[in-house]
Ligand binder design. Structure first.
Ligand code: 5GP
Ligand code: MN
Length: 348
């Protein structure tokens, strides 16, 4: 961790009565909630007295077990409270995103806020919207960076089981239970330390992954049996869901989390996608294998971004046309084995 950045962060955290806002991205995942709540409990343990955690939107139920998630201000449900907290903040901690646009309707309020903003994140190419940037693309998760940050502040003794549970959840979810973005011994040392504090890693795994409703499980079955298209000659497979499909299975926040990974599990598939019809746009998630960079794909063609092997974006065309556009694009860029997307630089 860069020493001068760390010193500046220390200064910004010198006054424990400061009004601190912790904010993460829209469609919060385990790392967004885990890193936010890990930071929240750390600041509490460090005797900060005025901390608000804001999420642009609601989070999936399978993350609600993390201690104190009831404290989270869901901006889409309580705009005025979220905006008031941001306007009154004296320090803003931006976690697990690097482009204010990822905070949805909060972006403008955050950009206007007078408080200094510290970014802690692991996505490539942060925008120039933050006063202090702690960014490490090689980290498995932002949760891992929160751990490193606490250590760099010499506050390791404050890591209790609440912090450990939240950070563990962030690491587990962002690595797909240690199956990607984790070829780094450091991730395992950190995980080992968190487990050594007495948390129940097996229980956390069950709470996140073995809590499907019947509807969610049947939606997954439907995706795989009816709405999966495999373009094996293009090393691509994708899944699509219309609004009707979602309502048929009583869709709830988080129900499509992880579905795209099944398409990537097909032998010979290097790019997977899922297209989900929402009210105004089609939300897209991309996943890829190895050095095929779907961050570029999301950025260049689908108004999004993310990591090398996990990215997302959206399209304003309808579902059918979005899929057509994607198929044509894939047919085109797969002709030379995705040369356009292959990268040599270390870009998770
Ligand atoms: P997911 O597909 O699970 O929604 O997101 C995968 C990754 O892509 C995450 O790291 C997320 O931050 C990023 N991502 C998803 N949607 C968008 C988007 O619309 N814009 C940008 N810039 N990143 C996205
Ligand atoms: Mn993350």
């Amino acid at each position: 961790m860069d020493n001068s950045v760390l010193q500046q962060a220390k200064q910004l955290l010198a006054d424990k009565s400061k009004k601190i806002v912790i904010v993460s991205h829209v469609n919060p995942d385990g790392d967004a909630v885990g890193s936010s709540m890990g930071m929240y409990h750390f600041l509490k343990n460090d005797k900060f007295t005025n901390i608000s955690v804001i999420s642009p939107g609601s989070f999936p139920e399978f993350l609600a077990w993390m201690p104190a998630t009831e404290q989270i201000i869901i901006a889409s449900e309580n705009q005025s409270k979220a905006r008031l907290a941001i306007a009154g903040a004296e320090l803003i901690l931006c976690l697990d995103f690097n482009d204010m646009g990822r905070t949805d309707q909060l972006a403008e309020a955050l950009e206007k806020a007078s408080a200094p903003k510290i970014l802690i994140d692991h996505h490539p190419d942060p925008l120039d919207q933050f006063d202090l940037v702690l960014s490490q693309v090689s980290a498995s998760s932002t949760a891992e960076l929160i751990y490193e940050f606490i250590l760099a502040l010499n506050k390791q003794h404050l890591i209790d089981d609440k912090i450990a549970q939240c950070l563990y959840a962030g690491i587990v979810t962002d690595t797909g239970s240690f199956s990607y973005a984790c070829n780094n011994p450091r991730t395992y040392y950190i995980t080992a330390h968190l487990i050594s504090l007495g948390i129940d890693g097996e229980k956390i795994q069950r709470q996140i992954y073995d809590t499907y409703s019947e509807d969610r499980m049947r939606l997954l079955g439907y995706c795989l049996s009816s709405n999966l298209k495999v373009m094996l000659q293009c090393k691509t497979a994708f899944i699509y869901l219309s609004k009707n499909d979602l309502s048929r299975f009583n869709y709830r926040e988080g129900d499509t989390e992880g579905v795209v990974n099944y398409a990537l599990s097909i032998k010979g598939v290097q790019i997977a996608a899922i297209f989900i019809e929402r009210d105004d746009v089609v939300k897209i998630s991309f996943r890829s294998e190895g050095d095929v960079n779907v961050n570029t794909l999301a950025r260049e063609y689908f108004n999004g971004g993310g990591h090398k092997n996990a990215s997302g974006g959206h399209s304003s065309e309808n579902l059918e046309n979005t899929i057509k556009t994607f198929e044509k694009l894939i047919e085109d860029i797969s002709k030379d084995d995705f040369r356009l997307l292959r990268v040599s630089r270390d870009n998770h």
